[in-house]
Design a protein around this ligand. Structure first.
Ligand SMILES: Nc1ncnc2c1ncn2[C@@H]1O[C@H](COP(=O)(O)OP(=O)(O)O)[C@@H](O)[C@H]1O
Ligand SMILES: [Mg+2]
Length: 307
């Protein structure tokens, strides 16, 4: 488990992240979601023992970051994909992975075994000696992620893994991350990409130099907005919007073509009442669906005061 307690980092007069508190249970994909300059990289670098916090504490299992005697242990427990991974472009894929694995003191036999498995899984075993510079951007980033995993870390930290990639390469990398997720790994991912966070993360924390809110992306949306339902009808008479306000549990109404959009307090209870009211008016209901608010809506709503 990863725990942050009041984690704070300042650079001179700049506060990169302040009073940051999170708990990340094992086996979850946790996203730090926020715009540029929100303090995501700073937080990840502190958790990786690359920089020390100004104040506050953080623990990776029972080890404390910022403690010299624990830093070595922590570095073995985590695999970090930094914002700029810096592969050796002239070296082959195999050599890139091997070079890195040697830092962790992994035996030659173990290195050979794990690099072979990794490159085979990535479909690159036959191309292991070709210089990494000749690979596509998506492939390079997959190798960079594989390199971060070469010592079989318990925690995987990915700092904006798709930010510098074109859409095709980003898709390739996202699929790779989803594969890691399906293996039950614990992943901390920094991203400013809302749909990526929504697709990959179990829990997100919105950050803007402090934690703004955390939760499951869909629960966050529900907590913020009234629940909205969409009713498709064969025909909507012009007076309907006015007449339906006689139902006091409806807060907002709108008509889009054949669809009536309503905000209600509690769809489980209110939908049957709306439908029987519509039927009593002699109207025919074809479909009723709930409108899901996207993570983007939540994000904009939550950071709008703070941008
Ligand atoms: N080494 C540093 N020296 C000075 N300021 C820094 C340093 N690292 C980050 N910052 C500042 O801290 C803030 C947060 O940066 P960062 O953690 O990189 O944000 P993010 O990764 O969310 O884009 C920014 O204002 C950035 O300029
Ligand atoms: Mg960053």
């Amino acid at each position: 488990m990863i725990v942050c307690e009041g984690l704070t980092k300042t650079f001179g007069s700049i506060t990169a992240i302040q009073d940051f508190n999170i708990e990340i249970p094992d086996g979850r994909i946790f996203g730090l979601l926020g715009p540029n300059g929100a303090g995501k990289t700073t937080t990840m670098r502190m958790l990786s023992c690359l920089i020390r916090p100004t104040s506050g504490k953080a623990y990776i299992d029972s080890y404390e970051i910022g403690m010299k005697e624990d830093a070595r242990k922590i570095r073995y427990m985590i695999g970090l994909l930094p914002e700029v991974p810096g592969l050796y472009e002239t070296l082959g894929a195999y050599k890139n992975l091997d070079y890195y694995a040697q830092f962790y003191g992994i035996s030659k036999i173990q290195r050979e075994k794990s690099i072979k498995t990794t490159l085979t899984n990535l479909g690159l075993w036959d191309r292991r000696n070709e210089p990494v510079g000749s690979f596509s951007k998506g492939m390079k980033q997959k190798i960079a992620i594989a390199r971060a995993l070469i010592h079989n870390p318990k925690y995987i930290f990915l700092d904006e893994p798709t930010a510098s990639l074109d859409p095709a390469a980003a898709k390739m990398v996202r699929e790779y991350i989803l594969e890691l997720k399906s293996q039950g790994d614990t992943i901390l991912i920094n991203t400013h990409n809302l749909s990526e966070a929504d697709r990959i993360c179990d829990t997100v924390v919105l950050v803007k130099n402090r934690a703004i809110k955390s939760g499951n992306p869909k629960e966050l949306a529900r907590g913020l907005f009234a629940r909205t339902i969409n009713i498709t009808m064969q025909k909507i008479p012009p007076s309907l919007l006015k007449d339906i306000t006689s139902l006091d549990f409806i807060s907002q109404t709108q008509v889009n073509g054949h669809q009536l959009v309503l905000s209600v307090r509690n769809p489980e209870e209110d939908n049957p009442r709306v439908i029987s009211w519509l039927m009593n008016q002699g109207l025919q209901v074809q479909f009723v669906t709930e409108v899901e608010h996207s993570l983007e809506d939540v994000y904009l709503e939550l950071i709008k005061e703070r941008v």
